[in-house]
Design a protein around this ligand. Structure first.
Ligand code: NCD
Ligand code: ZN
Length: 363
């Protein structure tokens, strides 16, 4: 990572006179790209920011087979605009785990060379998760094979039990599902996605190197007050839902700790504006447009800009056994206003922090 200063002789890399920040091109370890016109609208944003992304399979219908993942990958590549970033951007695919995923599908995924992981959505936990897993026991044979061959399981870690308070669903999932699961499959490679709680951080910290966690920019920047700042704020609503400030601080601490078990995953999840500004609004924050700028703000606020590159560009690649990228991106200190609205097929999309001013800008 290279630093540039307006004035020479400044001692600390944290001081605010730093004007540009060049880092190895990062990867997004958790991304929703959707399909069709929505895919065409959002894919160029990610390609501008990232070299690679682990692409979530929660389409309708979900991507449950390697053949479907291969076809989806082709559609993603076809949606890339002409230009240098698009030429180098690589989507890495995942399969959507169901109660009836056969072991043979895991073998096909491994042999494909394009499927990097399998995504576990508890049925009903989030957007397009109704085909997800109803009881993890149904997947034990598949998980045994994944443990054997080292194919990672990516976990949406929330119980769906309506009796559990929504703010406790991650903690309870760790207690009820993840801890027993790792006891049964101790070598299973597992990523707790979009961690939102102190308990999630502790779970990742206390397990072996086969377990990692992703952190979103929005969970690093906001606590649950942001859902109700002067009124209901649907564009800050995602799942797992934002938690209280003590949890946000634990996430920031993990992100800047230099622990390679924590890495960048935006969980950028676009929904049409009308689908979010509705009586029953969809979950998902759109951050692909300005992900690095948002992470830079969170790391700078924590006095840890020097930790951003490894978190964004090294640890995810290392976990997935991918070579680290070699090209770079540069952020410059420049105020710019996030657009109020973006085109999204026949609809529009509202990015996180729409209309607000950010202090870093990707060149
Ligand atoms: C995601 C989506 O919209 O696909 N929504 C979200 O709030 N994060 C699904 C998910 O990752 O939970
Ligand atoms: Zn997600």
């Amino acid at each position: 990572m290279r630093w540039r200063w307006r004035k020479s002789g400044e001692a600390s890399p944290y001081n605010r006179s730093m004007q540009t920040l060049t880092l190895i091109r990062p990867d997004d370890a958790h991304l929703h790209l959707r399909d069709g016109a929505a895919l065409a609208a959002v894919a160029p944003h990610t390609a501008r920011q990232f070299a690679r992304a682990i692409v979530m399979p929660n389409l309708k219908p979900p991507v449950t087979t390697t053949a479907q993942a291969a076809a989806y990958r082709e559609r993603i590549l076809a949606a890339m605009p002409a230009g240098p970033a698009a030429l180098t951007f690589a989507p890495h695919m995942t399969l959507y785990l169901t109660d009836s995923t056969p072991v043979a599908e895991i073998d096909r995924a491994r042999d494909s060379g394009i499927v990097r992981a399998v995504k576990y959505y508890p049925a009903g936990a989030t957007t397009h998760s109704d085909a997800g897993v109803t009881a993890v026991e149904n997947c034990f044979a598949v998980l045994a094979r994944m443990e054997e061959i080292g194919l990672p399981l990516l976990v949406h870690g929330e119980v769906t039990d309506a009796e559990v308070d929504i703010f406790d669903r991650e903690r309870v999932f760790i207690e009820r599902v993840l801890t027993p699961l790792l006891r049964r499959f101790p070598r299973l490679r597992l990523v707790l996605e979009h961690i939102t709680t102190r308990e999630g951080v502790q779970f990742v910290e206390s397990t072996g190197s086969n377990v990692a966690g992703t952190l979103t920019a929005h969970h690093l920047l906001m606590n649950r007050n942001a859902l109700f700042a002067g009124g209901v704020r649907p564009h800050n609503y995602c799942l797992p839902v934002l938690k209280r400030e003590t949890h946000r601080q634990a996430l920031v601490h993990a992100a800047v700790s230099g622990n390679p078990k924590f890495f960048l995953g935006t969980d950028s999840a676009p929904h049409a504006r009308q689908a979010k500004e509705a009586a029953c609004g969809c979950a998902g924050c759109y951050t692909a447009l300005h992900a690095l700028e948002l992470y830079a703000e969170a790391f700078e606020d924590a006095g840890a800009l020097d930790k951003l590159e490894a978190f964004a560009s090294f640890y995810g690649a290392d976990f997935y056994g991918l070579p680290r990228n070699t090209s770079t991106v540069t952020l410059e200190r420049a105020d710019w206003r996030v657009p109020d609205s973006l085109p999204f097929g026949d609809d529009t999309l509202t990015p996180l922090r729409a209309g607000e001013v950010l202090r870093w800008k990707l060149r």
